[in-house]
Design a protein around this ligand. Structure first.
Ligand code: APR
Length: 229
């Protein structure tokens, strides 16, 4: 089976009602990202950060996968599909995708503040201050904050280097190292870009731009992919 890599950003979850990062006035749900998504923010005001992610988690649990998530899952019938997402929601998994690499973590899990490889599932929507890991340190969201290591980047780069077909959905390609993944995709591999505001991809060859929102755009991509088989 041909290998299909689908690289997604916040835009694919927009039609599930979850806000993107840069569409608005640069605020994420009214907060400056550096006030809630950095290790410094956590050290300065852990309660604010913990509550911010508890609110985001509640939204994620209420959200439903949209048709774009479901189409990606349905392509596993025709391709060996790997999803690489910058999103911390679990909508790809809930839509049925089996191979999902979360570059920036997964909000439905917590991690030890002392050892990021110690992760735990979360019952319900809250991580409470005072809930400790087995090492006795505070549990925090299992999310990669700005300035932190992106442990899955090597695996993601490898998957991109093997892609026979590549799809980018709903990312402004504003944040590295995630945005640099496209350079690992073989130049001869066709790259479908789905976004109402196509990000700059002039450096890449064999690009097919689909200037649509994710749901409409992924219907088009599925048709193109299946017609070419
Ligand atoms: N369908 C498809 N794309 C959409 C839709 C939609 N309905 N609505 C918006 N978009 C596009 C925007 O045009 C933009 O290109 O989704 C993209 C969202 O870009 P960002 O908000 O920058 O999100 P993302 O690229 O995922 O950000 C990457 O930055 O803040 C960090 O860690 C955070 O993972 C995040 C990373």
């Amino acid at each position: 089976m041909e290998k299909l890599v689908v690289f997604t950003g916040a835009g694919i979850s927009a039609e599930s009602g979850l806000k993107t990062f840069r569409d608005a006035d640069g605020l994420w749900e009214g907060y400056n990202i550096e006030d809630v998504a950095t290790p410094e923010a956590w050290r300065k005001n852990p309660e604010l950060v913990q509550n911010f992610y508890n609110e985001r988690r509640e939204q994620v649990l209420k959200a439903e996968p949209n048709e774009a998530h479901k189409i990606i899952a349905s392509l596993e019938e025709f391709f060996e599909v790997s999803v690489i997402t910058q999103n911390i929601d679990d909508l790809h998994e809930r839509a049925g995708s089996k191979n999902v690499v979360h570059l920036h973590g997964l909000i439905t899990k917590s991690q030890s503040d002392k050892n990021s490889s110690l992760t735990y599932s979360i019952m319900g929507s809250n991580i409470e201050m005072g809930t400790l890991c087995e090492l006795g340190s505070q549990l925090r969201p299992h999310v990669v904050w700005f300035g932190e290591e992106v442990p899955m980047i090597e695996e993601a780069s490898f998957l991109c280097s093997k892609a026979d077909v590549f799809v980018l959905v709903g990312s402004s390609l504003a944040v590295y190292p995630a945005a640099g993944l496209l350079q690992f995709v073989p130049s001869k591999t066709i790259k479908y870009i789905v976004d109402p505001k196509i990000p700059s991809v002039s450096a890449y060859q064999h690009v097919v731009k689909i200037e649509e929102k994710a749901v409409i755009g992924m219907k088009e991509v599925k048709e193109l992919l299946l017609n070419e088989r």
